[in-house]
Design a protein around this ligand. Structure first.
Ligand code: AMP
Length: 337
């Protein structure tokens, strides 16, 4: 009989320490995904990385794992974070923070989440103690900087996650401003599902000979997914939706609508029709959105009505049905959804 090794040899070969390998193993992952296998050694080598990969490819761990490895040695000073991750949405930032907790649990690393809708007192205390990782949305992070609450001179690694989404949301000027505030020669990792010219230009201006790592989309509309189109008129759309849910026995679904207002409205209508629905969109505060998401993940809510922004980058495993109540304005959003 062959002896079983304590940690996955494939992950172990990437240069991560035992404490990290143990947490990976406990997560149940045995093999690095292609982006992880390609990016982790490059990040550890100190080189900039331009990762063309979307949610679902394992891209989050492709930067959190080597960051944890690099941060494991050394200590943070008060108000001077050692690394920075910029996320376009609060939800994605919160998910990235969870990733740090999962993989960093055997190391004494600290992180702080600077996003809207979260009380500032705790964050203030954490910053004062010193944090290894700052995870933030761009506007929030600038806000803290401008109030003199964070010093950026200690940042050695910066991640710009979902850069194309940052662009869609108008955050590129904020991102550029943040980069201009950082020490000149920090390591930069930029991830984007697509490479529009504005993102390419950002990378050209601020990155130093990055390794470009591109991985295939994990699921395109032609693989793993069956598409069904329902023909209806605007007036009968809600009826058609309810009928679809009932006739197809859809017991769990995310339903996308394009605007905050229509999401809230549709949610109310579904509830009136006795469907166990709830909604997430940008007008709800962070605590409400997180509570709804958690309830959906637990199965306490069956139908989650959402805007793209609120649902961006959500990682909900076991999600058999996605309903586009409105056709997405952006073709790429169809695949993300
Ligand atoms: P991401 O692309 O970072 O949003 O990750 C997508 C999903 O893949 C998440 O549910 C991760 O927990 C999962 N995942 C990340 N790395 C691995 C791996 N090496 N093996 C299996 N699943 C993974």
């Amino acid at each position: 009989m062959t002896e079983t090794t304590p940690s996955s040899p494939a992950f172990a070969a990437l240069g991560l320490r035992e404490e990290i390998l143990r947490s990976i193993e406990e997560s149940g992952y045995t093999t690095p995904t292609p982006i992880q296998a390609a990016a982790i050694p490059v990040v550890l080598s100190g080189r900039d990385v331009l990762g063309i990969a979307q949610t679902g490819t394992g891209k989050t761990a492709s930067f959190t794992l080597p960051m944890i490895e690099k941060l494991a040695s050394g200590r943070a000073r008060a108000r001077m974070p050692r690394s920075l991750i910029l996320s376009p949405t609060r939800e994605l930032a919160a998910q990235t923070a969870k990733n740090f907790e999962t993989y960093g649990k055997y190391l004494k690393l600290s992180h702080v989440l600077l996003i809207g809708g979260v009380g500032m007192g705790d964050q203030e205390k954490q910053l004062e103690k010193g944090v290894d990782v700052l995870i933030a949305t761009p506007g929030r992070m600038l806000d803290w900087f401008e109030r003199g609450r964070i010093l950026l001179g200690g940042i050695n690694i910066m991640v710009i996650d979902e850069a194309d989404r940052m662009l869609d949301m108008g955050f590129i000027p904020d991102v550029e401003r943040i980069i201009s505030l950082l020490p000149a020669r920090q390591q930069t990792l930029l991830f984007s599902a697509t490479m529009p010219k504005e993102v390419r230009s950002l990378a050209d201006r601020f990155m130093h000979e990055p390794a470009v790592i591109e991985v295939a989309r994990p699921a395109t509309t032609s693989q793993n997914i069956d598409d069904v189109v329902v023909m209806t008129s605007p007036r009968d759309k809600v009826d058609a939706l309810v009928k679809l849910i009932r006739s197809q026995d859809i017991d769990k679904a995310i339903i996308f609508s394009n605007r905050k207002k229509s999401v809230a409205e549709l949610n109310r209508t579904l509830k009136r029709r006795k469907l166990n629905a709830s909604d997430i969109h940008g007008d709800l505060d962070q605590a409400q959105r997180q509570a709804t998401l958690d309830a959906f993940k637990r199965g306490d809510i069956d139908y989650l009505v959402a805007t793209d922004v609120a649902a961006r980058g959500l990682d909900i495993s076991d999600m058999p049905v996605v309903i586009n109540f409105d056709v997405p304005t952006h073709p790429d959003d169809y695949v993300h959804r």
